[in-house]
Design a protein around this ligand. Structure first.
Ligand code: ADP
Length: 279
């Protein structure tokens, strides 16, 4: 009788344990698969420009007595090496945001500075397409006092990527708007920085996937604008490691709005200090 009672009590516990173990293994297997995919993707992405460079250098040698051809091939070599450089740089950025603890090097960062920096970085490509970069709420007047808590260079990279995408995926003579505002939330105020464009938009199906490493809706288009498919993965990682998030709203053919939500400097710092005191 007793034994039966005990086994009846242990059995559900046992099955729950088994279930936990199975879930753990599935998660481990998933992480392993993601890692393997990533390595395969990196290899593939590197192979393309490296392969092109090798073919082009052969072509240059074969065309030694045709200066026009040499110039043409050299131009394409330059293009491929630029691609290679930006891919390697983005891989370094990604590994940095994945490995460094942003909060170790955190400080209050002015939203107006982040916005100004992002606009500076994208000014040239915006001008060449006659795209207007307009900031509101973050650049002047009363909203000059918006501060987020975090790692300055990581936050600048994240916002820069969003503005760069907005310019890249918009037709000429459109507008890209960058706005900052404070929103009340449970556990302290948040700062919202949104980047809106009037570009090609993103379908419902692709909306979540664009944050994956190397995912592009249209690889040819991404490549044409120098994209690597890593930008939004970096943004997502930076947002999450700062205790925030990035979301997207979009209507195909009409435009997209990416919104970064980050803890406000004041409240985030107070919380961190409270935790330190409690320890
Ligand atoms: P990429 O280097 O290709 O721009 P990202 O990770 O920054 O890589 O973005 C992934 C994909 O998401 C892009 O290839 C593009 O298809 C889509 N995307 C990103 N931003 C926008 C935008 N503002 N409008 C439309 N599509 C976008």
């Amino acid at each position: 009788g007793d034994a039966l009672a005990v086994s009846a009590r242990v059995a559900p516990l046992g099955s729950r344990l088994v279930l936990l173990l199975v879930e753990d293994m599935t998660e481990a297997r998933r992480i392993e698969a993601v890692r393997r995919d990533f390595v395969a993707n990196v290899s593939h992405e590197l192979k393309t420009p490296v392969g092109a460079l090798s073919l082009l250098s052969e072509a240059v040698m074969d065309a030694a007595d045709d200066p026009e051809a040499v110039e043409r091939f050299a131009g394409r070599m330059q293009y491929e090496s630029t691609r290679l450089t930006s891919l390697v740089q983005e891989l370094i950025d990604l590994s940095r945001v994945q490995n460094d603890d942003p909060l170790e090097d955190s400080e209050p960062v002015g939203v107006h500075e982040l916005v100004a920096e992002a606009i500076d970085r994208c000014r040239q490509s915006a001008d060449s397409k006659q795209i207007t970069l307009a900031s509101s709420g973050a650049g002047s007047g009363s909203a000059n006092d918006l501060y987020v808590w975090g790692n300055r260079s990581q936050l600048a990279a994240a916002l820069g990527n969003l503005v760069e995408n907005a310019v890249n995926y918009s037709p000429p003579r459109t507008r890209v708007g960058i706005a900052g505002r404070r929103v009340a939330a449970q556990g302290g105020d948040l700062i919202e920085i949104s980047v809106s464009d009037q570009g090609i938009g993103i379908s419902e199906r692709d909306k979540d996937r664009v944050f994956e490493r190397f995912y592009r809706v249209d690889p040819a288009r991404s490549r044409a604008t120098g994209g690597t498919g890593l930008g939004l993965a970096i943004v997502k990682h930076v947002a999450a490691s700062h205790g925030g998030e990035v979301t997207v709203w979009s209507a195909e053919g009409q435009g997209s709005t990416f919104t970064l939500r980050l803890p406000e400097a004041g409240s985030a710092r107070e919380r961190a200090e409270e935790e330190k005191r409690d320890r």
